[in-house]
Ligand binder design. Structure first.
Ligand code: FPP
Ligand code: MG
Length: 283
């Protein structure tokens, strides 16, 4: 049974509603702050790791809905750098959940490649246990050439840490004379970050904060806050968020072209990121 993209979870009536919604503009990049797993667990009187397991199941259902909606990029906040401050037992349970799910991702790689999912883990990988770093790197390398659904998982991530890492890549390149200070502009910083800008950001569980998620990228993003706890999120909640987007979406931004120097820097940075993953798996 497929673990990452749940099958057979859409009725004919839901498919019909998806078709209707697709007549309007659908976000090309959708981000989720999947919040409320522990409150859900408390409500059911189970331990909090069972809430996170339910949270993963909801993610796999949501990915199926997004695929059927034709959304080409989905980003989810799965583990913040702040989350390391939670109890050791909860952090360990979340790491074990990630080990289990990403091992399955590799076991089911043929199916994942058939769906065309390209996985990107955004965050400070070096803070993670080394065995998990290896599994995540293998999963990213194995899906490098896919292009139907880009799945970004923010793991060991905060937006401010992402911006600091981008700044240090840029400073390194100025020191190596690959860039001059005049080459640094908003677009270059945007493209140096791990994640692109989402058109719609959904946060569940009634919280109305950004919690250090994609801070640079959300400058023009439509925000949607839902009171529903993440494990209880339904396709109707998702379609409601998309209708909200269709009512509030700003005009599409103009595409700007990078200068040859900027293009060279970005290409070098991308190659460096892949080389780092190859290095992690070779140990
Ligand atoms: C927020 O709810 C959720 C998290 C910190 C973890 C999210 C993780 C998943 C949904 C599983 C994803 C797993 C993989 C492997 C990608 P909370 O714990 O803050 O709940 P609360 O707000 O009710 O306290
Ligand atoms: Mg929370």
């Amino acid at each position: 049974m497929a673990t990452w993209i749940k099958q057979n979870c859409i009725s004919f009536f839901q498919l019909f509603c998806i078709k209707v919604i697709k007549n309007g503009r659908v976000p090309q990049h959708l981000a989720f702050i999947m919040d409320g797993n522990r409150r859900y667990a408390k409500k059911l009187s189970v331990n909090c790791s069972a809430g996170h397991v339910k949270g993963f199941d909801k993610l796999s259902e949501t990915l199926k809905w997004c695929l059927d909606l034709g959304i080409p990029e989905v980003t989810v906040y799965a583990f913040s750098i702040e989350n390391y401050k939670r109890s050791t037992s909860e952090v360990d349970a979340l790491m074990d959940l990630a080990r289990d799910k990403f091992k399955r991702f590799l076991d089911e790689i043929d199916q994942i490649n058939e769906w065309g999912v390209k996985l990107h883990i955004a965050g400070r990988l070096s803070l993670l246990p080394s065995d998990l770093q290896v599994i995540l790197s293998k999963a990213m390398l194995a899906t490098k050439n896919n292009n139907k659904l880009r799945l970004n998982i923010a793991y060991s991530y905060t937006g401010r840490d992402e911006i600091s890492r981008a700044a240090s890549h840029i400073v390194d390149s100025v020191q190596n004379n690959d860039l001059s200070p005049d080459d640094i502009d908003e677009d270059l910083i945007t493209q140096t970050l791990d994640l692109g800008a989402p058109e719609l950001l959904v946060r569940t569980s009634g919280e109305v904060r950004l919690s250090d998620f994609m801070l640079w990228q959300v400058s023009n993003t439509v925000l949607y806050f839902s009171d529903v706890l993440w494990p209880e999120f339904t396709i109707w909640n998702l379609l409601g968020a998309i209708i909200h987007f269709q009512r509030h979406a700003p005009p599409l931004p103009e595409e700007k072209e990078n200068s040859p120097v900027q293009q060279k820097f970005l290409k070098k940075l991308e190659n460096k990121k892949w080389q780092e993953l190859e290095k992690i798996i070779s140990f």
